[in-house]
Write a protein that binds this ligand. Structure first.
Ligand SMILES: Nc1nc2c(ncn2[C@@H]2O[C@H](COP(=O)(O)OP(=O)(O)OP(=O)(O)O)[C@@H](O)[C@H]2O)c(=O)[nH]1
Length: 558
């Protein structure tokens, strides 16, 4: 904008200078024209005097011819001159430009008039008195004197006029030369100024073109940055949605289908497999889910079978020349890249993401960047899910036996009773108390006692159906909650467990007693009680009776 304003000022200044310069030749031309007019006037003045002198000469010649011959024919020119001369003399006087010229014109006119009067006088004399008398009159030389004076005056004025004319011509020549030089100089100057202006304009246009190019490039970069930011924002939103969904799952394996649904949206065209670390073995990972059109993968892999898990960093193979991981069932094809990304949070391995069909070239970098970002966030979310799961387990499980704790049992009993009432189905309770457990502790120590407790808990777990609940109620007392199970079935199940318990070695390494037994008290809703407290009380009474009747037996409440 500023340069455009400067250019306007420069153009205006150049225009004014050029107009001034163009005016100089005009001005010079005008003065040349003045001189030409003066010169022409000078020539005309000379011509007028010459005409007067010629007329006078012709009048004198006519006079002479008539005097000699007496023939009127000779007077014709004279008569014509008499008609025209007064006007010529008046013209000479009127057109005189200076006082001196005017005085001369007056004197010439006076002499011409005197000469004309003398010619008329001689002609009349010739008519009246004849040739001789006329010859005598002519011999007085009065007429000759007039003509001589006239000639001298005209010659003098002629000479002066010529001097003036020559001076005018010289001036005219000088001015013409000057006008030519000035015109040439003005033209050259104009060309130079226009050239300079053109150069400036071209430079400015070039500079503008450069700036326009830079602006265009910047606009392009900006558009790219905006597109990139928009894409990153969209990805971030999708990643956030994925994380929210993973945060909501109750356990790590439950996250697998969520991940399989979300990742194709984040990485379109990319197939994948999710391996998650096994709970009880921190060297093995299980295949939990796949999406897209993945290659065949083993259902479980060891840490050693994947380069990314070995090195704790992402590992990519772009073609057959790259060393494949052992879990690839077939070599990576040339066109599509593979990427293994370990899922690590707080230095703990959670799983591994295996991606296939990644684009080649610059897009690959972009996909890899996104894949790594997703993997980092996913690892964090899965780590959190694992932590939540462990906390939840801790809050409901007994740490020694792995059975549910009393708090969970109380809640489960209320819930199952309500459901039984609603659905009009029975629910049974089996109280289990190890016989003479004090002796085990006393004879073998508490550590062996704990191990025996774990064995019995495991046996209880094995003896119930899925959906039944086994709890450690306190000390060596345990309880089974059997939904939709009537008293008779509960007694049968308790009996089976009792027999199995009595048959196994209670300590895994054989360091404890050879065998332990337990007593079972069974009560059922609605047969023995209507609410939780009464049901528990009925089962406890039955257990008491079992102990009373000699232990290692099942008693069902009446
Ligand atoms: N090792 C171990 N012992 C426990 C635990 N909880 C309770 N006990 C022991 O279990 C024993 C329970 O003894 P008692 O209530 O007298 O009954 P018992 O010896 O089993 O005899 P009966 O029930 O009458 O057959 C006590 O010695 C407790 O210290 C535990 O978590 N670990």
């Amino acid at each position: 904008m500023r340069s455009a304003r400067h250019l306007k000022f420069v153009a205006l200044a150049v225009f004014i200078v050029m107009v001034l310069i163009a005016a100089v030749p005009f001005w010079l031309n005008r003065s040349v024209n003045d001189l030409l007019a003066q010169s022409r006037a000078e020539l005309l003045a000379q011509q007028r005097l010459d005409d007067i002198l010629t007329a006078m000469r012709d009048a004198e010649t006519a006079q002479r011819g008539f005097v000699i011959t007496g023939n009127d024919v000779f007077l014709e020119p004279y008569e014509r001159i008499r008609g025209t001369l007064p006007a010529a003399l008046r013209d000479a006087k009127d057109k005189a430009r200076t006082d001196a010229e005017r005085a001369t014109a007056w004197r010439i006119a006076r002499l011409a008039e005197l000469k004309l009067a003398e010619v008329e006088e001689i002609i009349q004399l010739r008519r009246r008195a004849g040739f001789d008398a006329t010859e005598r009159a002519v011999s007085t030389l009065r007429g000759k004197q007039y003509m001589d004076d006239l000639r001298r005056l005209v010659a003098e004025e002629d000479a002066r006029s010529r001097v003036r004319h020559d001076a005018l011509q010289a001036d005219l020549l000088a001015r013409s030369n000057r006008s030519f030089v000035v015109s040439v100089a003005a033209t050259v100057f104009d060309i130079l100024v226009l050239g300079a202006l053109l150069l400036i304009v071209m430079r400015m246009l070039r500079a503008r073109r450069v700036i326009a190019g830079q602006l265009e490039a910047q606009a392009g970069q900006l558009a790219e940055a905006v597109a990139l930011t928009t894409r990153h924002n969209r990805e971030l939103k999708q990643v956030a949605e994925l994380l929210r969904a993973v945060e909501a799952v109750p356990s790590v394996p439950d996250a697998a289908p969520v991940i399989a649904r979300s990742l194709p949206k984040l990485l379109p065209g990319v197939s994948g497999t999710l391996f998650l670390l096994r709970d009880e073995d921190d060297h093995m990972l299980d295949l939990h889910t796949q999406w897209g059109t993945p290659s065949e993968q083993p259902p479980e892999i060891g840490i050693e079978s994947c380069w990314s898990l070995r090195h704790g960093a992402r590992y990519r193979t772009a073609g057959p020349n790259d060393l494949p991981c052992a879990h690839y069932r077939k070599p990576a094809d040339e066109a599509s890249g593979r990427l293994c990304v370990p899922l690590v949070t707080h230095d703990e391995l959670v799983g591994m993401l295996h991606l296939e069909g990644l684009a080649a070239g610059a897009d690959y970098e972009e996909q890899e960047r996104l894949a790594v970002t997703v993997a980092e966030q996913l690892a964090l979310a899965l780590g959190n899910a694992r932590l939540r799961e462990s906390l939840r387990r801790q809050s409901v499980l007994d740490p020694l036996t792995g059975l549910f704790n009393r708090r969970h049992f109380d809640a489960a009993l209320k819930r199952e009773l309500a459901r039984a009432r609603r659905k009009n189905v029975p629910v049974s309770l089996v109280l289990v108390d190890i016989d003479h457990f004090k002796r085990v502790n006393d004879d073998y120590g508490h550590a062996v006692g704990d191990a025996v407790l774990r064995t019995i808990a495991q046996q209880l777990r094995l003896g119930i159906r899925e959906g039944d609940i086994a709890c450690r109620y306190g000390g060596e007392e345990m309880v089974l909650l059997l939904p939709e199970c009537a008293a008779a079935d509960a007694g049968t199940r308790a009996e089976a467990i009792r027999i199995a318990l009595a048959a196994i070695a209670p300590h895994p390494q054989g360091e404890g007693p050879e065998r332990v037994t337990a007593s079972f008290g069974v009560a059922a809703y609605p047969a023995h009680a209507q609410d939780a407290e009464a049901l528990f009380w009925a089962a406890d009474k039955a257990l008491y009776r079992a102990k009373q009747q000699g232990r290692n037996r099942v008693v069902t409440g009446a």
